[in-house]
Design a protein around this ligand. Structure first.
Ligand code: SF4
Ligand code: SF4
Length: 107
């Protein structure tokens, strides 16, 4: 593997190629990760609106709650791009998002 010299990097460390952020992996920044409780979630889309990384996914996937309510969309987290800032959990009006320590595995 060829090691880059400082002079090989663009000025200021900027990545100039458009659309490159899709390749970024933000998961290494996190100390906590958001977990969405799909039973509590009322599909208001506020977390999707506020997430600065576009890491809340609105999936075209039906979900039926244990009480029988059917939602046409499901919200999920893109953990490659989530940096764990907690804004989604803070903004969720029904407290359906919990921030859990990164080392706790997802069910
Ligand atoms: S923790 Fe921050 S980056 Fe991750 S999904 Fe929530 S708002 Fe987006
Ligand atoms: S803000 Fe809360 S209730 Fe609204 S879509 Fe996100 S998780 Fe669901």
């Amino acid at each position: 593997m060829k090691l880059e010299k400082w002079s090989d990097f663009p000025l200021g460390g900027n990545i100039k190629d458009p659309g490159n952020s899709i390749e970024n992996d933000m998961s290494g920044w996190r100390s906590e990760r958001p977990i969405i409780d799909l039973e509590k979630c009322v599909r208001c889309r506020i977390c999707w609106t506020y997430c600065p990384e576009g890491a809340i996914l609105e999936l075209d996937k039906e979900y039926k709650t244990s009480s029988g309510r059917v939602y046409k969309v499901t919200y999920a987290v893109d953990y490659q791009h989530c940096k764990g800032c907690g804004i989604c959990a803070n903004e969720c009006p029904v407290k359906a998002i919990q921030m859990v320590p990164e080392e706790v595995s997802i069910k």
